[in-house]
Design a protein around this ligand. Structure first.
Ligand code: ADP
Length: 585
């Protein structure tokens, strides 16, 4: 088994035992070397002392040249078993006596060598000069075995081995305990991790037994489990929330379509299948353009690029293609889909089939158009009769007839305005409204409209200022219509009479025309919807005021056709100011 794969317990014990063995062996080795060298020194001094004694004893034998005496003296070396050979040389270096006598002459050095004791191979040899006073009588050669050293070393080794074994045994027993201190927390961590991974139980915790690095590791591991547990709960909650949302999406009556930023359909609910007749698996992954009629594809591309830039496109009405090629009118709500960092990653589209509603509206428009058209002809003839009668009453100077006919004329004018509004509305719906621009002076138009309004509403004080000498390039009739509608509203919604001012202001090459009244004013919420078709404010103050909620819609559409828009500033109870601007010619 690879060392790395050995369990931590055995790895730790192995490491402890290995280190202990190495330390003990090195210690024994060093000690043995030291002992060896000290044994050698002892042997050397013992043999040299013996040599000195023998050399002293040999002086007489050498002086009297008695080799028999010399041999006897050498024979005393028998007492020392380590001495394997010895001999005496005379003053001329000739071999004089040997020990043991049985040894051949060739086993001794032929002549004495350098004085002193030294180790040669397996032996200690020494040459000791023999003196008689100052005179050298000869030389003693002595050769000793080193068996004694090896014997001592062998017994030392034996003791060392026994000690080593005993010490290793003690080290083993101690390491058994010591490894537990380190391995226990790791094994506890491991068993906790096993429970977590195998049983998916994130509620277990490892036991912290110390405050060292392992304790810190256990603490960090437990903290990590805390976090995972919390995250798991959040994921579970989110999953539950997601499945709730998915159920809502599936049961929605509106088609809900998910789409990437590149316009690829990524989700599709049942209502989408009902509306567009595509099954989810055949449309998911396809481009959203599959549903967009050719003439609206540029608009869709603009929406997609707007979404990528973070533009907020919300609600509009448009047309979409069904699988069978039929066009449906739909209302579309587009919302950006963001990731957890707030980056837009796609969009969701909620589509509602409004074809039936559109058809209904069409029928209503047709009806209004027809009624308006039918009313217009008799009204025109009524107005011309009133004009004739008015002229006649003037010549007859009949003040009653004059006053009655003037009122009849005013009311018929109001009716004409109303009918014109309806006809304009239907034209607008059908895209039949045409703007015929001409350059004209603003002042006379305002004077005429304000004069008429003043004539019709003597109770109000209508003034205009700052409009002289300004020429604009616009559709005169339509701008007149805008002014009439704004003025008639200012009158209608100022029940306490009061002052109504038309003001012209030149700013940056444009004229800003505003109609200001001091009437009931409009609340903030209503201001947002004022220009919607058929929108009327609903409160006690306006309940009695007649109207259809199309005047401001027409005004804003006419201005849209002139690349301008209507603005309103108002506060409930303090009056309103409606203004628009047009470029000066
Ligand atoms: P309406 O025929 O109801 O007057 P408009 O489209 O002209 O329709 O106006 C929409 C609504 O705006 C009105 O119903 C009215 O509540 C409000 N409004 C319009 N002009 C004024 C104004 N000058 N002061 C107060 N409210 C106004």
């Amino acid at each position: 088994m690879n060392y790395k794969d050995i369990p931590i317990r055995r790895k730790l014990m192995g490491a402890i035992m290995f280190i202990t063995s190495v330390v003990l062996l090195v210690m024994c080795g060093v000690y043995m070397l030291f002992e060896y060298s000290s044994y050698k020194n002892t042997l050397k001094s013992n043999v040299s002392a013996l040599g000195a004694v023998i050399a002293t004893n040999s002086t007489a034998a050498l002086a009297f040249q008695s080799s028999a005496d010399a041999a006897e003296i050498l024979n005393a070396l028998k007492a020392n078993k380590n001495i394997v050979a010895a001999c005496l040389y005379d003053a001329d270096g000739r071999l004089f006596a040997t020990y043991p006598a049985s040894l051949a002459v060739k086993d001794f050095p032929a002549t004495p060598q350098k004085d002193g004791y030294r180790f040669e191979g397996e032996y200690l040899i020494g040459f000791q000069p023999v003196f008689e006073k100052e005179t050298v009588l000869g030389t003693l050669y002595i050769k000793s075995e080193m068996t004694v050293i090896y014997d001592q070393l062998t017994s030392f080794l034996l003791i060392a081995l026994i000690m080593l074994s005993l010490l290793l045994l003690v080290a083993y027993v101690l390491s058994l305990q010591v490894q537990k201190i380190i391995s226990q927390p790791i094994l506890s961590l491991k068993s906790t991790a096993t429970v977590v991974s195998e049983m998916n139980d994130y509620s277990v915790r490892a036991v912290k037994t110390s405050n060292d690095e392992l304790g810190a590791l256990t603490g960090a591991f437990n903290k990590m489990l805390d976090q995972i547990e919390v995250q798991n709960m959040e994921i579970k909650d989110a999953a539950a929330e997601n499945s709730k949302l998915a159920a809502i999406v599936d049961s929605s009556n509106d088609a809900i379509i998910g789409m990437t930023l590149d316009g690829v359909i990524s989700s599709w609910n049942d209502a989408a299948t009902q509306l567009f007749k595509y099954q989810a698996d055949e449309i998911i992954g396809q481009s959203i353009m599959t549903l967009v009629p050719a003439e609206l594809q540029d608009e869709e591309r603009r929406i997609l690029s707007g979404l990528r830039k973070g533009e907020h496109i919300s609600h509009f009405e448009t047309r979409r293609l069904r699988k069978d090629g039929k066009l449906r009118d739909i209302s579309l709500t587009i919302s950006p889909v963001k990731d957890s960092h707030g980056n837009i990653t796609g969009s969701s589209k909620i589509a509602r089939d409004i074809s039936e509603k559109k058809l209904e509206e069409q029928r209503k428009n047709d009806f209004i158009a027809m009624v308006s058209h039918e009313l217009k002809t008799p009204l025109t003839s009524i107005r011309s009769y009133i004009q004739v009668l008015l002229a006649k009453a003037k010549t007859e100077d009949d003040s009653f007839k004059l006053s009655a006919l003037t009122r009849a004329d005013a009311q018929s004018k109001k009716m004409t305005t109303m009918i014109n509004d309806f006809l304009n509305l239907t034209r607008l719906e059908e895209g039949k409204i045409h703007i015929t621009k001409e350059v004209f002076e603003l002042h006379p138009l305002i004077a005429e409209v304000a004069g008429d309004a003043q004539f019709l509403n003597a109770s109000h004080n209508i003034k205009f200022e700052g409009c002289e000498g300004i020429n604009i390039d616009a559709d005169k009739d339509k701008i007149g219509q805008v002014l009439i509608n704004l003025l008639s509203n200012a009158v209608k919604y100022s029940p306490n009479n009061g002052l109504i001012t038309i003001n012209c202001q030149v700013i940056d090459g444009r004229v800003k025309v505003s109609v200001k009244d001091h009437g009931i004013g409009i609340g903030k919420e209503d201001q947002k919807k004022l220009f919607d078709r058929f929108y009327r404010v609903e409160n006690a103050k306006v309940k009695t005021v007649s109207g259809f909620g199309i005047g401001l819609y027409l005004v804003s559409e006419i201005l849209r056709y002139h690349d301008s828009k209507m603005e309103v500033e108002s506060k409930e109870g303090s009056g309103s100011t409606f203004s628009f601007s047009l470029p000066i010619k």
